[in-house]
Design a protein around this ligand. Structure first.
Ligand code: NAD
Ligand code: UDP
Ligand code: UDP
Length: 314
């Protein structure tokens, strides 16, 4: 049995990760300051004697004893990470330093949840890991993009300088049950709007693209990376190459929910990337990983979840 620390474990992805690690027989320590996550996301795990929940902010040092660390702590949706941008950078950078210091002391393997945002508004399509990205260093997305880029730098410097066993995954847009209905991401916004018969808010002309990965596939890729070939540090893209415009996504959501909602067009947020699609050749070759859940199937499961959320709110 391994003792595994998951930071940000009470968030959307973290809660699914804790669940999977427990089901595989591990002992899981979930650390979270509940900034964007919630106890509700992990309440079904609290009765499991191999699960422990600790309120802690990763910008402060943490002294615990574990074998592996998954570092997910960081707000992830644009409205949430822009709400307190200084705290977002602190979480990425000070959080990475503290978790790397912990990994160094314990000689523990550590995985960083990085992001496709390190590519910024990319000129290379699809994005391969060797692309350095096109990121605005002084815009409203920079606290997140540059914070995550600096965290990657720290991971590679702890690896080069202190031989810490690192694993870096670049996560592309992921969706599924337990997304926060109010965090402003496109999948949760569109589904909630469709279920409530509200207007569907398209930012810009809706021709910008994203590639959406269902949460179960993502978690599978993350765990494969942690357990992957020795010395394979990444960075490796984990995402679903199926690429859609926001108009196409809206139309799919309307069809699957049989909603009467209409589309409304709103201003495009500053620095919003025009296109995004992962190249997953490296993940296929090194980890034998590829996603299996088609957008329609994943959306149906997510819609079921949000139907419950809407019912409970009534
Ligand atoms: P989320 O907001 O649901 O989860 C983040 C969790 O981190 C929350 O539980 C939050 O309370 C916690 N947290 C934030 N600051 C903290 C701090 N200082 N100390 C301790 N805990 C803190 O978001 P998510 O979608 O589950 O994202 C998880 C990770 O994956 C993030 O690092 C995010 O950048 C990365 N990621 C997610 C996506 C995606 O599409 N979901 C894409 C790329 C990268
Ligand atoms: N750290 C931690 N837990 C540990 C070991 C270190 O939180 O078990 C933190 C510690 O606060 C330090 C940071 O990680 O500031 C970086 O640690 P490192 O050993 O690299 O640096 P140093 O202690 O020399 O500053
Ligand atoms: N978006 C949209 N309507 C919404 C929320 C988002 O059209 O209600 C767009 C947003 O401008 C972006 C895309 O959907 O082009 C994905 O946005 P999200 O915030 O989910 O993720 P990110 O931009 O970080 O990839």
């Amino acid at each position: 049995m391994k003792k595994i620390l998951v930071t940000g474990g009470a968030g959307f992805l973290g809660s699914h990760l804790c669940e999977r690690l427990l089901s595989e027989g591990n002992d899981v320590l979930c650390v979270d300051n509940f900034y964007t996550g919630s106890k509700d996301n992990v309440k079904h795990l609290l009765a499991n004697r191999n699960f422990e929940l600790m309120r802690h902010d990763v910008t402060f040092p943490l002294y615990v004893e574990v074998d592996e660390i998954y570092n997910l702590a960081c707000p992830a949706s644009p409205p949430h990470y822009q709400f307190d941008p200084v705290q977002t950078t602190k979480t990425s950078v000070h959080g990475a330093i503290n978790m790397l210091g912990l990994a160094k002391r314990l000689r523990a393997k550590i995985l960083q949840a990085s992001t496709s945002e390190v590519y910024g508004d990319p000129e290379i399509h699809p994005q391969t890991e060797d692309y350095w990205g096109r990121v605005n260093p002084v815009g409203i997305r920079s606290c997140y993009d540059e914070g995550k880029r600096c965290a990657e730098t720290l991971f590679f410097d702890y690896w080069r300088q202190h031989q810490v066993d690192i694993k870096v995954v670049r996560i592309f847009n992921t969706y599924g049950p337990r997304m926060d209905p109010n965090d402003g991401r496109v999948v949760s916004n569109f589904i909630m709007q469709a279920l409530q018969g509200k207007d569907i808010t398209i930012y810009g002309d809706g021709h910008q693209t994203r590639s959406f990965c269902y949460v179960d596939d993502l978690i599978d890729g993350m765990i494969r990376m942690m357990n992957g070939p020795a010395g394979f540090t990444g960075p490796v893209n984990i995402g679903n190459p199926g690429e859609f415009t926001m108009l196409e996504l809206a139309q799919q959501v309307i069809a699957l929910t049989e909603s009467n909602s209409k589309l409304v067009f709103m201003p495009l947020p500053q620095d919003d990337p025009k296109q995004r699609q992962p190249s997953i050749e490296l993940a296929k070759a090194q980890l034998g990983w590829q996603p299996n859940v088609a957008l329609q199937d994943g959306l149906l499961k997510t819609i079921q979840y949000f139907q419950q959320v809407v019912r409970q709110a009534k």
